[in-house]
Structure formats: C-alpha cells, structure tokens
Design a protein around this ligand. Structure first.
Ligand SMILES: O=c1ccn([C@@H]2O[C@H](COP(=O)(O)O)[C@@H](O)[C@H]2O)c(=O)[nH]1
Length: 289
C-alpha cells in the first residue's frame, strides 16, 4: 500500500512536505533570465528545490492551480514536476481537490492516477457526498494509490460550513471524519495507517487532539504551516510518535530566499534551510505517545 511507503519515508526523513505552489512571482531572476518558456521556468525552479531537499523530506505536494493558470505550458511543467519527483523515488501528492458525480469522478481518477499526470496521492473534497469518492477506491485497493480527503481545512472560512452543528449531534467536520474513518479502515497498510487519509489545517490547535483521537488510524496531510501562521506546536497533536502525518509548507519554503541579500543565487539552499528549521520546530514540539 502507498501509505506504507509514505510512512517509511516519514520515519527516515521527518514530516515536512514541500509545497510546490510555484507562482511566477516566487521565481528568482536567475531562473527567469536563463529560461524563456513557462514550462522550463516553472520546472527548473521546482527541480532546483527538489534536488536541494529530496534527502530530507518524505514527499512533495504539487498544487495544480499554479500550473493550470498557465494553460498548456503550465501543465507541461506540472507533468514534468510529477515525473521528476516520482523518478527520484519520492512520493508526490497532487493537490487537485476534486469533487463531482461518479461518472466524472471516474474520469478524474484516471486523469490523475494514470498517464501524463500520474501521482501517488490526490486530494478530494467530500462535501458533494461520498458517492463522489467511490470511483477512486479501485485505485486505492488495486493500484497502490492514496487519497487525502478534506476534513477540517486551514482557512478562516472553514468555520462557515465545517463547524456547523448538526441538530445537536456534533459538528459537520466530525461527521465527515467519521465517514472518512469508516471508508479508510478498509484500506489499511502494514504501518497501521490507511491509504485514505484526511486533510486537517495546522492553524487551529483547539480541535486537533479531538480529531487525532477520533481518527486514530487515519494519516493526515496538514497544511497551514508558515505563511498561514501555523507553527510546530499547532501541528504536533495530529502526529503520533513523530509519524501519522505530513506537514505542508509551500510559500514558507519556496520563497524563504527572499529574506536574504544573496537569496536569488541560493534560493534552493535557503529552501533547504527552511525545511531544516521547520523539522527542528516540529521535532522540538513532538510528543511521544
Ligand atoms: O485546508 C487546506 C487545504 C489545502 N491547502 C493547500 O496547501 C497549500 C498551502 O500553501 P502555503 O503557501 O503553505 O500557505 C496550498 O497549496 C493550499 O491550496 C491549504 O492551505 N489548506
């Protein structure tokens, strides 16, 4: 199961997931001046970040929106980035947040688990209903793929819907969590976690213990660290003995070079430093259960 590979990578390299949310304004002039097509610019920036961090992170999360925004050339960079990560032996999460009726979901599953845009894990939005998740399950069961389903997101607007109380029977996010738990337990890896994980924002510390306790065998993708204000203390309750989750930071890592006078030449080594600082922050807060 793909979750066993991710679990092992976390055991060896820690929890930091580098987010490749590669906007043009994040790319230093050294790359912009040397490459002329959008696909080369986006890809070579990503390649330098990947080469500088691959020995210290378990995985990468590639946010498709930043590539789609550039049309076909952007999607070429997306494809090359996914392939590069996978060929290097690392794990890739495609942050695509899909949700649709089952016939369309089946096509999305094929689009992102096979062919040009093949990734190891994808993110899904369950708020259209769980029949929109079912078409992906064959890939989880038979083709070594995994899912991260949105549970309680990192943005302030998470409160608008996810925190609503269901007639005194608990919050919407707990209901979604229970559904994820039911589905995920059918796809357990040897590591004790399921290949169906959940996305929980590392920005609201208050519910993290409750969510971790309710979803004991669910592996978490935790965005919100860094640029959105999340810190080590906000994410560690989602982890168990240093595993059980990956903590994403995108802007906090890939734009960290901007703080330094010599950042433009050394953007990749500053990204590496940002990862090392983040690992230190998380491990200094980590509880042993
Ligand atoms: O609840 C969520 C779900 C997904 N995201 C995604 O994670 C990254 C965060 O980027 P930063 O630059 O580290 O803030 C981005 O791709 C989001 O789409 C999230 O932030 N929250």
């Amino acid at each position: 199961m793909i979750i066993d590979r991710l679990y092992e990578e976390v055991e060896k390299k820690g929890n930091v997931c580098v987010g490749l949310d590669t906007a043009l304004e994040y790319i230093p002039s050294t790359i912009l001046n040397n490459y002329h097509s959008i696909d080369d610019i986006l890809f070579y920036f990503n390649k330098r970040i990947i080469d500088a961090t691959i020995d210290i992170v378990p995985c990468y999360k590639v946010q498709i929106a930043f590539y789609e925004a550039h049309g076909l050339n952007g999607m070429l960079a997306y494809k090359k980035t996914l392939e590069y990560i996978r060929n290097k032996g690392s794990v890739v999460v495609a942050d695509i947040k899909r949700a649709d009726i089952s016939s369309t979901a089946k096509a999305y599953a094929r689009a992102h688990f096979e062919g040009d845009f093949e990734s190891d894990f994808i993110t899904l939005n369950p708020y259209m209903g769980f029949d929109s998740i079912t078409p992906y399950l064959d890939y989880v069961e038979n083709k070594n793929k995994g899912l991260f389903i949105l549970l309680r997101t990192s943005n302030d607007g998470a409160k608008d819907i996810q925190y609503l109380d269901i007639n005194g029977n608990g919050k919407v996010y707990n209901y979604i969590g229970d559904k994820i738990k039911d589905i995920s337990y059918k796809y357990m890896g040897k590591c004790g976690y399921s290949s169906i994980g959940a996305v929980v924002g590392g920005t609201h510390l208050e519910e993290s213990d409750e969510i971790r306790n309710r979803l004991g065998k669910v592996f978490f993708l935790i965005p919100g660290y860094g640029a959105q204000g999340g810190k080590g203390k906000d994410v560690v309750s989602y982890l168990k003995n240093g595993n059980g989750g990956i903590v994403n930071s995108s802007r906090g890592i890939i734009t960290s070079y901007k703080k330094y006078d010599d950042g433009v030449e050394k953007f990749d080594s500053y990204a590496r430093d940002a990862v090392l600082d983040m690992k230190e922050d998380i491990s200094s807060e980590t509880k042993t259960i």
